[in-house]
Design a protein around this ligand. Structure first.
Ligand SMILES: Nc1ncnc2c1ncn2[C@@H]1O[C@H](COP(=O)(O)OP(=O)(O)OP(=O)(O)O)[C@@H](O)[C@H]1O
Length: 388
């Protein structure tokens, strides 16, 4: 049984004001500040070109920052290369040695480290059991499925007891079903070993399922670094609100709601609000409402029901809103009153910053008690390590 977690302390990674420019002119990463807690699994998530791989390569030591400092626990490793930092890496294309058997592939880093044959075989077999390829030891990589090859790559990366495990889009070459199976496996292996793990993906579903924390990167900035639950329930800005969630959040100009929200949401907020974000599940039929903010009126443009799921497309003041909570709508309904729930409704200012909803105490017009005692208002505690 693989037991390197016993008695081992795992590593915390800190970026202090880290900047990276490839050409000396344009900063690709701009003053990143964050802490990755020891023993956690963190996903770097974001659209293409957002800086995920660059950030991973800075953690690994394959790239040196243009400015700032990187710490592994208290040690400044900014000037250390990948070897000096003792990182384990797994890439999208597995990078296994095609002429070596599974056993020899896993043993390889230990052989390089001059471990005795008996010891390295014992350890490679433990790792093979950890990643569930113990019955494939004599096969060559070409005889394995993509998922099995990725398991071997993970075992090899763990062989030298790395200070941290880094995975760059490790599942992108696998088909949809295998991706789901392997992401659960990576989570299991991470929990069993306890090794601090950073995982790059552009797939929000993958990130939401396996992460302790997700760092959303876009345009060289950390948009938000928090738990999956908090990213969804309390996005810091419009970019995160729109990037996380399927179906995508409804976004309409805040002015479209002005008439209905006047006298409910304070004017001081409404005058600053530029965009309203409404999760599809925050639009319900009045009889199903849990914690309503206001009742709205609209026209049904389309209603689809597939199995237990349904989607209603509603015209509200000339804007289309999608709701996933109207399965009980009569199919011939043309117009309806519907409820906007407090949970899943956000207002963002002209810079895209959230100014209403989520874990901001929801102070409404006439709501004296909430004004005096914000602690009494509903909040979402994420227990986050925050960045920037
Ligand atoms: N070696 C390089 N030289 C110059 N520019 C680079 C280099 N590598 C990346 N870039 C640029 O840096 C920016 C961030 O790239 P990066 O690969 O970190 O993004 P990413 O979020 O990992 O994207 P993807 O999901 O497409 O892999 C992009 O604008 C990219 O063009």
């Amino acid at each position: 049984m693989y037991n390197s977690a016993k008695g081992r302390k795992f590593l915390q990674v800190t970026f202090k004001d880290v900047t990276l420019s490839y050409d000396g002119k344009r900063d690709i990463l701009k003053h990143l500040n964050f802490v990755i807690q020891e023993g956690s699994l963190v996903c770097l998530l974001g659209p293409s070109g957002g800086g995920k791989s660059t950030t991973l390569n800075l953690i690994s030591g394959l790239l040196a920052p243009t400015g700032g400092h990187i710490f592994f626990d208290d040690a400044d490793v900014t000037k250390k290369d990948a070897l000096g930092r003792k990182v384990g890496m797994v890439f999208q294309n597995y990078a296994l040695y095609p002429h070596l058997t599974v056993l020899k592939n896993i043993e390889f880093p230990l052989k390089m480290a001059k471990m005795s044959k008996a010891d390295r075989t014992k350890r490679a077999k433990e790792l093979a059991a950890l990643v569930h390829v113990e019955d494939q030891l004599d096969k060559k990589p070409g005889e394995l499925s993509g998922g099995q090859q990725q398991r071997v790559a993970i075992a090899r990366a763990l062989a030298k007891e790395p200070s941290i495990l880094l995975l760059d889009e490790p599942l992108s070459n696998l088909d949809a079903r295998l991706r789901i199976e392997m992401r659960e496996e990576i989570r299991r292996i991470q929990r069993e070993t306890g090794v601090t793990t950073v995982f790059v993906t552009h797939d929000q579903d993958e990130a939401m399922h396996i992460s302790d924390q997700i760092m959303v990167l876009h345009d060289g900035h950390i948009q938000q670094f928090s738990t999956p639950k908090k990213l969804y329930a309390s996005p810091d800005n419009l970019f995160v609100a729109q990037f996380i969630g399927e179906p995508v959040i409804n976004s309409i100009p805040a002015t479209a709601l002005n008439h209905d929200l006047a006298g409910i949401v304070p004017d001081s907020i409404l005058t600053q609000a530029q965009t309203a974000g409404i999760r599809p599940e925050a639009l319900t039929l009045p009889q199903r409402a849990l914690d309503p903010l206001v009742t709205l009126h609209g026209k049904v443009l389309e209603f689809d029901q597939f199995g237990r799921e349904s989607t209603a497309n509603i015209d509200y003041n000339g804007y289309q809103l999608i709701s996933t909570e109207m399965s009980q709508l009569a199919h011939d309904t043309k117009e309806l009153d519907f409820t906007l729930e407090k949970k899943g409704f956000f207002l963002f200012d002209a810079d895209g910053k959230r100014i209403f909803g989520g874990d901001t105490p929801m102070v409404l017009v006439g709501d004296q008690s909430a004004q005096k005692d914000p602690a009494a208002a509903p909040t979402e505690s994420g227990g986050d390590t925050h960045a920037e």
